[in-house]
Design a protein around this ligand. Sequence first.
Ligand code: FAD
Length: 544
Amino acid sequence: MPASVEGVDVAVVGSGAAGLSAALVASVCCARVLVLEKSTLLGGTSAMSGGGTWIPCNRHAREAGVEDSPEDAMRYLHATAPEGWAQTETALWQSFVEHAPVMLDFFEEHTQLRFELVHEPDPFAEAEGGRIFGRMLTPSLLDRAIAGPYAHLIRGSTLPQHITYNEAKRYRVYERPMRAAFALGPRWLLRMATGRVGCGNALIAGLLEGCTRHGCRIVAGARVTGLSQDAATGRVEGVSYETAAGRREIAVRQGVVLATGGFEWDPELLARHFPGPVDRISSPRTNTGDGQRLAEAAGALLERMDQANIYGALPVTYEGRAHGMPAIFNASPHAIVVDRHGKRFVSEYHFNIGEALDRRDPETGEPVHLPAWIVGDRRFLHQSVLFPRMARREPGFLIQAETLDELALRIDLPPASLGGTVARFNGFAAAGRDEDFQRGESVWERYMSGSEDGGPNKALGTIERRPFVACKFNRSLLGTKGGARTNAKGQVLRPDGSVIPGLYCAGNAMANPFGTRAVGSGTTIGPCLTWGHICGLHAVREGS
Ligand SMILES: Cc1cc2nc3c(=O)[nH]c(=O)nc-3n(C[C@H](O)[C@H](O)[C@H](O)COP(=O)(O)OP(=O)(O)OC[C@H]3O[C@@H](n4cnc5c(N)ncnc54)[C@H](O)[C@@H]3O)c2cc1C
């Protein structure tokens, strides 16, 4: 590192949930902290998010009388993890379970962020240690203005941000937007006029306020391009970055935290780790895998590069370009999802349907089900007034036909196979039981279909009214989840298991111990915040 123009204790790369969480903790611990953000907007994917935050054993649940324990949370993680993950991830799960509730209390003490419980079960509530309520939280409404000079830089979203996650669920904003607008009515307008926000915008506004109050510096439009290391020890001692004003270098005393999100917008990395069709991407275009490359160049082991947050997404325009808005439009009574042979392969209401879509051939690494299709009838098309409008934005996305055979031919599926699949499903719908995938029967799927009261299975409906409809349903990515392998303190590791001193990694930029299979609908934000907290804490405690 040539003579530095300035120096800090901790440099954080990226201003999403993971980065600002690390920055906040380090700032509260009196470190001199600098956050560098490549985009001219702050908050990354986290600002665009619904703000759903999965935190086991949290104080709000305890106060609501819900019993939870670290042991039960660990049992749940073990019971629901993909085969073989426990060997490498147990220490990280343990660290997450211990730190997550502490992180939450810390944020509520040191920022204006307040969290509220969401009435949502764990997606595997029946598994050992699962809960039907208490682990999902979301930020309450906040004035964006609390972020002071950064308020106008908070990234906008494809999702409405002037409501809370709870309101979006309660008023079914996607399915019944008019009714939701009517129910929220003047409140919504007032919030738009005054800049009162919920979801990811509230999360980022609260974190920015906390960071600035504790003296943290934040620079937008600053892309980190390199890490400098001590030649003998490999210790990371500085970062170089580019702004509109030119290239700069800065010395870092205690630690650099990489929190640059996923690599989903890098075409080469995406094609290498996610071969096959990808429909849409929902995160900011600045998430191009810079952190993964910086870590690798510093000697890090990269792992879990084939893991991602995968759901359905509808076509929208964002920042003037084609983008994906995450939506669970596959969970509709009068629709099924079929593979390239016209066969069902998963319950369409399954929370982790993305994992099923992404199933790979172990020999070739290629997806086995894709291209996949949603096939439904007229009632599927009108599941939401928004759906046909949004679907028609992308020419060729929505395909209609008067008969199932004609539809099959138009999407290149064998008509006999598709016809047989639909007839079998219609039989299940008439009988009220899906013998193949038990659609609508688990706690999560009953919650999704509004059948929690134990009445008839509302997830099942026939597919018989013309026009018949098909739309592409391949993977859409909210963010990849692979990157630098870390230990339980967030320190980045080399392939031989040794620590790269001074280098930490958090959020979607790390080899995430929670991969494609999500354990709660806030499985990324909760751990992102927590890993940021862990990294920030250890950087100031041990980095000097
Ligand atoms: C619409 C939407 C809704 C979602 N809702 C939820 C939800 O409710 N709950 C949930 O758990 N998850 C949700 N997710 C997923 C979740 O938002 C992300 O997984 C999470 O926010 C990732 O956080 P992060 O801090 O790792 O990365 P990000 O928030 O993406 O932040 C990374 C930042 O790093 C910056 N950066 C990249 N390279 C550089 C560089 N070289 N130098 C400086 N900065 C750099 C990027 O510009 C970006 O701002 C949602 C995602 C989307 C798209």
